[in-house]
Design a protein. Sequence first.
Length: 388
Amino acid sequence: MVPVAPGMMEKLKYKERELSLRRFPLREKEPLRAWDAADEHLLKFLDDEPCAAGSRVLIFNDAFGALAVALNELRPQVWSDSFLARLGLAHNLEANGLAAQSVPFVAADGVPEGPFDLVLLKLPKSLAFWEDTLLRLRPLLAPEARIVTGGMIKHSPARAYELLESILGPTRTGQGWRKSRLAFTAFPADGAGISSQSTNLPDAAYTLDGDDLLLNNGPNVFSRDHLDLGTRFLLPHLPRTDVPMEVVDLGSGNGVLGLVLARQCVRAKIVGLDESYQAVACARKNARAAGLDETRIRFQVEGGLQGLPAASFDLVVCNPPFHQAQAVGDQIAWGMFHQSRRILKPGGRLLIVSNRHLGYHVKLKRLFGNCAVVASNRKFVVLQATVS
Ligand SMILES: C[S@@+](CC[C@H](N)C(=O)[O-])C[C@H]1O[C@@H](n2cnc3c(N)ncnc32)[C@H](O)[C@@H]1O
């Protein structure tokens, strides 16, 4: 992701137009662009080889709507697992004089309405999510559909192209352009020669050590096939009490923190929030399997805590994300800490785990005026900040 000079709002130039595009969550001094060279590469390709009138177009994993805004006249559908991408899409359409509803957004746990003649795919970070998407895409393709995949070369593993080839059809990669690459897949008219695998990847599942809590994980769910080491380090430090309390599991993933908390704090009411549709679907499934109904714990798709009232929670637990798609950074975590402070009651606590080297205790101390180290080892630290 190319940084932009702070204060400069760079615009994407496309067909005599200059498109204003912003990343989500919105930040005043956003140093990163809302698009990458792979988006521009895809647009350049379509300029050279436009699609036929009346083609049905699908765009997968459009980060903040750059492709859908630029290609609005093709009436594309957008398919994505990110609520922040959905917010970005709606905002950026309107910012460029287009109706937010002009591009239907289909969440990754749903199915877009095909058949599609042209599919533009941006490579996601997770290969399991990529494989699942390609399997689910196959029945949605028109005969001889054109499938073009864009990615930054450093984030494009060979396995991603192998999956294209084995699931959708013969694939060739083009020349690199500004560190991005496109791949072109020819979907056969009759699907011949393409492996007949099932139409999606099954959930991966594991149970916690010494516990029967079953955690199902969809293809795009964080730490899909094992308990994350940071989460493992935080679990013994979650409260165990019968005092009533209102809790948020922020960035809940498969729901593990909230579910463990619900079982050991029997009078707690918990809300789990995640920006991934697949994560929320899995967390709900995991809560049902654990026999916990919505009066105890409910999961919701959200991009942070904006929707929650101020000074109304006793505890926020969080294993904060340290990247947004392929862009690494602590900006999302920093936003989460700010929002947590707003929704916590006086005396309320934010309890997080993080990699030691990220130095979050400095940030938390600055924000809350205090920060206690609850536990630490060579790699992780559990920190607690309290609203005074
Ligand atoms: C490090 S994972 C932790 C998941 C889970 N709590 C665990 O411990 O296994 C961070 C989670 O935050 C989610 N996330 C990222 N940005 C978010 C945002 N702005 N709002 C809500 N969730 C977000 C990601 O989808 C991911 O599931």
